[in-house]
Design a protein around this ligand. Structure first.
Ligand SMILES: [Cu+2]
Length: 130
């Protein structure tokens, strides 16, 4: 094999790898499409957010004007996402490493976008009441 052949092989290998990456992308991004929606059980809206190396899901849509319980879940969380701040609710708490913390949001507070942050402001999540 001469140099040209080797280069041609290398380029086609890169192109095939690239094509594979692109073709495998839609299936991944489909899952992360529309933000998850909160569920309403017996008139109370439930939102689950896991804090571990950030918040998941990052964005949740919910119904405005419905009494809501935000369940913040930690699961072996030792990073700063355990330190939750929700400015609009004047809420600030350092969560235990593995716990479920229920934060009540009244019907009046369940309006617009509620943003939560880690105490340093590097991670955040949003609840969009619509
Ligand atoms: Cu942080």
């Amino acid at each position: 094999m001469d140099t040209k052949t080797i280069i041609a092989f290398a380029i086609s290998a890169v192109l095939i790898g690239w094509a594979f990456l692109i073709s495998s992308k839609p299936s991944n991004s489909a899952d992360a499409g529309a933000p998850p929606t909160a569920v309403i059980v017996d008139g109370t809206q439930i939102i689950d957010i896991t804090a571990k190396g950030g918040y998941s899901p990052r964005v949740v849509t919910a119904k405005a004007g419905v009494p809501t319980i935000l369940r913040m879940r930690t699961n072996g969380t030792f990073d700063c996402s355990a330190s939750v701040v929700i400015p609009k609710l004047s809420y600030q708490k350092f969560l235990q490493p593995s716990t479920v913390e229920e934060i009540s949001i009244s019907a009046a507070q369940a309006q617009g976008t509620l943003q939560g942050l880690c105490s340093m402001g590097m991670y955040n999540f949003q609840i969009k009441f619509e």
